[in-house]
Design a protein around this ligand. Structure first.
Ligand code: KG4
Ligand code: ZN
Length: 364
């Protein structure tokens, strides 16, 4: 369990602050975090299930739900303790209600609702992607709107124009695999262990991306949609052809670096295109894939060159965590958008609040 109490000078916070408690169980991370009612992160605890799923090479939904049941109470206690809070300090509970794995979501939502009911405080069901978007503001509360947000995770590759907090216009999305899936499936083909994204990132660090060139899907098309399934197939054929022709592969690190470069190129190019097209000055890149070291480096140098303000959360705020859910809940709390007691897990919950093209004029 990784614990992160952000009190003064790195010590656990000791203040008795009225707080908001965030809970996240949408996939394979059981997470809880406390946020002060001024929006400051007091603690951020994540119990990863990588060990449970590792030997299966991917997330097993039933095992994920069981593990959440086993862990959620301990994780929540740890988040409170690390923040120096008592139950009586919790004024609001925010919990991920979707999208995600049905059984996994049910654990968090039932736990969050029961806790809120017992404490007599409101409960807020949070959209997981809104949580990722909010993560851009965790360390930069004054980050600009309107801005572009690229949400890149295991299940999503979505490009949004954020008019203001809570008002999102979808510009484009992946038509097949998400960028995280492209990383994970590519890593599997290269024989890397689960979780594949971080493993491929590490391997690629010692490779040269120009040795093997992979296609940049959808880069030359107008619009803001993505497609990564063809890239995955290109890697499969490349590996198969090398083997068939009896050729020795260039070092696997070069292959990984070339494959990663194709994903990074497409994500970066489309994001900056959206910034220019929508005439905004800020770009937020969030979600698990934004932890990728090459993506981070390219985004930083490009935004510096183009004078774009970049929000790139620190790595433990990129991958699934409850601090981001707490902050999205905090936004809803300030707009008095509390959920009713029948709030439920919604595995396929959508986010769009402004119809595509309505305010930006951008159509795919
Ligand atoms: O946001 P997240 O933690 O969970 C979802 O909402 O899906 O994203 C998980 C995804 C996985 O596909 C994982 O392989 C990918 O993010 N990921 C990475 C890196 N760290 C996590 N992909 C590439 N490089 C990384 N360093
Ligand atoms: Zn996520």
């Amino acid at each position: 369990m990784s614990q992160n109490g952000l009190g003064p000078s790195g010590h656990p916070a000791v203040s008795r602050t009225p707080s908001l408690l965030g809970i996240e169980t949408s996939c394979d991370e059981t997470a809880a975090a406390a946020l002060s009612l001024q929006g400051r992160v007091l603690s951020n605890v994540v119990a990863s299930q990588h060990e449970v799923h590792g030997r299966f090479g991917g997330v097993v939904p039933e095992l994920a739900s069981r593990k959440h049941v086993e862990t959620i109470e301990e994780v929540t206690h740890a988040a409170l303790e690390l923040a120096g809070l008592a139950w009586a300090d919790v004024q609001v509970i925010a919990v991920t209600r979707g999208p995600g794995l049905a059984g996994a979501l049910v654990v968090g939502v039932s736990f969050g609702k029961a806790l809120a009911y017992a404490l007599g405080v409101p409960c807020i069901g949070v959209h997981h992607l809104e949580g990722h978007i909010a993560s851009a503001w965790l360390e930069e509360p004054d980050f600009v709107t309107p801005c572009i947000a690229l949400v890149v995770s295991g299940g999503h590759t979505h490009l949004y124009l954020i008019h203001e907090r809570g008002e999102y216009e979808l510009l484009g999305r992946t038509l097949d695999d998400a960028a995280g899936e492209a990383f994970d499936k590519g890593a599997k083909m290269l024989g890397l262990p689960y979780p594949g994204g971080p493993a491929l990132d590490r391997l690629a660090q010692s490779g040269d991306p120009s040795v093997v060139r992979f296609p940049r899907p959808y880069l030359n098309r107008e619009g803001f949609h993505f497609s990564f399934s063809g890239l995955k197939t290109a890697l499969l054929y490349y590996l198969r052809d090398q083997q068939r022709q009896g050729k020795a592969l260039p070092a696997l690190a070069h292959v990984a670096a070339g494959y990663q470069e194709a994903i990074v190129d497409v994500l970066v190019e489309k994001s900056f295109r959206a910034v220019r097209r929508c005439h905004v000055s800020g770009l937020a890149v969030v979600g698990g894939v934004s932890a990728n070291s090459r993506l981070r480096a390219v985004l930083r140098s490009r935004s510096e060159k183009e004078g774009v303000r970049l929000a790139l959360p620190r790595v433990d705020f990129c991958t699934d965590n409850a601090a981001m859910i707490a902050l999205a809940g905090w936004w809803a709390h300030h707009r008095q958008r509390w959920s009713s007691w029948d709030v439920d897990a919604q595995p396929s919950l959508g986010l769009e609040s402004v119809p595509p093209g309505q305010r930006s004029g951008v159509r795919n």
